[in-house]
Design a protein around this ligand. Sequence first.
Ligand code: XMP
Ligand code: MG
Length: 176
Amino acid sequence: MITVNNKTFVPFIEAEAIQTRIQELAEQINQEYADKKPLLVVVLNGAFLFAADLMKHLTIPCEITFLRVSSYQGTESTGQLKQILGLSQSVEGRDLIVVEDIVDTGRTLFDLCDQLQQQGPASLTIATLLFKPEALQKPLDLHYVGFSIENRFVLGYGLDYDGLGRNTPNILVLES
Ligand code: XMP
Ligand code: MG
């Protein structure tokens, strides 16, 4: 159990289960991209641990790049994606795997993937560690999902509450 800014979070997904699941996802990617050289496009900040652990288990030739997204209103789940920040590499003709920590309403990734598609990649798939199916509001095709979870606020393993709580090997959920 940890407390962040007076909110209590209790254990939800064990560190070992996370690592096992990531290995499974990596094996699937190794098979499906056996004849390709994918570019992992990591959405910062939340996905940094997931991306690192996933990439360790990829045995195919692959590259990694990072971006941030900014939103008009600043509030994550209601804001419209404004622009992509920091994508330094051309994605034209590349096989992209967008790596995200969590898909909630799906708005962030829907807009992000739309902008990436405009740059003409050869293909684009999504790998998200967590997915809240009940919250989804956009038609998103999620190719690699670590865990589908209920619609509750989680933190840990890269995910934060007000910038804190990213530094745990497990995932915790807000106590209800
Ligand atoms: P949307 O709604 O666009 O949101 O799919 C995706 C982004 O919202 C953040 N988010 C969370 N962050 N615990 C977090 O720490 C959560 O339960 C949660 N739900 C959504 C996250 O930044 C994600 O990229
Ligand atoms: Mg995020």
